[in-house]
Design a binder for this molecule. Structure first.
Ligand code: NAD
Length: 478
């Protein structure tokens, strides 16, 4: 396989132009191969994930391997129906006619993925791109090198290399890929690089999907079940890649009087899950690399939060571990409240009233996910109606990602476009509008010269004035 970006795109474009990727049989064959790839290599995939991020094998199974397989099976199950043209109604202006929406592949797709779920986030969009009949280049993240090279090995072994390729590399390689003309770019990662991707795409007017991140709030109302709430927050934060997840809880916001109870419940849940000495647990991923470790320690060492760390935050630089940390009321201008944390630190912000919590969330960029814990149905309604976020979960965290009937994606600064299930197929398809007409019923009134009679007929027709139309036709003035 050539590692020249221009050459790769040219070869894939030829493959796509040959029509190879369009038939249902090719698409379904490749999707079944992905299921096989996963089934036959589960241990190797889990090993690579452990090497890259210290991901516990069980977590790899739950949040990467089984999710990917489930995603592929849903697409296999729905594909025939999704590929079929959809008949739609017609209007009087084109009478007589019929109309349908025909999904067609976009062409050659570039998928750039992130390091935190390096298997799932690479292969899940590939499933959508193949399902929609495209050729595709996957650029995995160099920050997870073991998974990146495993993906290269497995994709070239199991999938059709004339149309599906892995292109490994970091900034230089991605830059050369971004210089090429693509029919769609699907990027997962930070907003900072998202801007580079979008600018490169603009050069060729290429559409983009940007799966970005942001600060995901967890609003905890005092009516919530304390123990279940604590468990679900801890699982969504530290049990999901140790906070290195785009939809991990970024901060909690709750009422002042309720915070001490919630903090106690979080502490005891953390100890139940990971033991008294979190350095010893094998049930939590480590920090991905020294850069991110340094970035996170900077958040803890910010003088503005020196007296705000109320639990954990011990570090082992050699092992790249920071123990789960809770911070109480870090100031709004502290580093930890400025950007997405993406690690094992969890600030708790207290307010006097729930309205303040909603105002706080709404005064910040729209998050990728927002969570509410409450038994108060009115509050639930208000939060769903008034907080804009990519997705939302009431009384849990993270789980919306596992429901393939829900679109997964951001809004505003947390991203643009969505995928999963049928939304993946739609994301990589163009919905072509097709109107069919015969040669009969060729109404002369639409053609020049525009006589008074014709104008009157057409006006009556477009205004739905049937009596006027009949009068115009038989020459009666009204
Ligand atoms: P990353 O460092 O792995 O970068 C993502 C991709 O961008 C990589 O493939 C990398 O090679 C490429 N890249 C890096 N620098 C580049 C440059 N200068 N030019 C072109 N390409 C470049 O991942 P990251 O950005 O650290 O990922 C973390 C972010 O991703 C977080 O903000 C997180 O919330 C977000 N994220 C979002 C989702 C989602 O589904 N919405 C999922 C995971 C992560």
């Amino acid at each position: 396989m050539s590692l020249d970006a221009a050459c790769t795109v040219r070869e894939l474009r030829e493959s796509f132009a040959s029509g190879r990727t369009r038939p249902y049989e090719w698409r379904i064959g490749q999707l079944k191969q992905i299921v096989k790839l996963v089934d036959e290599n589960q241990d190797e995939i889990a090993e690579a994930l452990h090497k890259d991020i210290g991901k516990p094998p069980f977590e790899s199974f739950i949040s990467e391997i089984s999710l990917l397989k489930a995603s592929c099976k849903v697409v296999i199950g729905g594909l025939k129906k999704w590929m079929a043209p959809e008949k739609v109604g017609t209007t009087i202006t084109s009478f007589p006619s019929s109309a349908e929406i025909v999904p067609e592949p976009l062409g050659v797709i570039l998928i750039i993925s992130a390091w935190n779920y390096p298997f799932l986030l690479s292969m899940d969009p590939v499933i959508g791109a193949i399902a929609a009949g495209n050729a595709v280049v996957l650029k995995p993240s160099e920050v997870a090198p073991a998974t990146s090279s495993l993906l290269e090995k497995l994709v070239s072994k199991y999938l059709d290399g004339t149309a599906i390729r892995v292109f490994e590399g970091s900034v230089a390689e991605t830059t050369s890929l971004l210089e090429q003309r693509w029919d769609k770019i699907f990027y997962t990662g930070s907003g900072r690089i998202g801007k580079i991707v979008m600018a490169a795409a603009a050069n060729h007017l290429t559409p983009v999907t940007l799966e970005l991140g942001g600060k995901c709030p967890v609003i905890v109302d005092p009516t919530a079940d304390l123990q279940v709430t604590a468990r679900r927050i801890v699982a969504g934060k530290w049990g999901s890649n140790n906070g290195q997840a785009c939809i991990a809880p970024d901060y909690i916001i709750t009422l002042d009087f309720f915070a001490p109870k919630l903090i106690d419940a979080l502490k005891s849940t953390l100890e139940n899950f990971f033991g008294k000495d979190a350095f010893q647990t094998s049930d939590m991923s480590r920090i991905v690399n020294l850069n991110h470790f340094t970035r996170l320690t900077r958040l803890l060492d910010d003088p503005k939060v020196s007296d705000k760390v109320i639990y954990g935050g011990e570090r082992d630089e050699k092992k790249l571990i920071i123990t789960p940390a809770l911070l109480l009321d870090p100031p709004a201008d502290s580093l930890i409240m400025a950007d997405e944390i993406f690690g094992p630190l969890l600030p708790i912000i207290t307010v006097q009233k729930m309205e303040e919590a909603l105002e706080f969330v709404n005064s910040r960029p729209k998050p990728l996910a927002a969570y509410l814990f409450s038994k108060n149905k009115n509050l639930e309604k208000e939060v769903v109606a008034s907080i804009s976020a990519g997705g939302m979960v009431v009384n849990d965290t993270v789980l919306h990602l596992t429901n393939h009937n829900l679109p997964f994606g951001g809004v505003g600064e947390s991203g643009t476009g969505a995928y999963h299930g049928k939304f993946s197929f739609d994301n990589f398809s163009h919905k072509k509008a097709v109107l069919y007409r015969g040669f009969a019923g060729d109404l002369g009134a639409r053609y020049p010269p525009y006589t008074k009679k014709k104008q009157s007929m057409v006006r009556c027709l477009l205004n739905g004035d049937i009596i006027g139309l009949i009068c115009a036709l038989i020459g009666w003035g009204r």
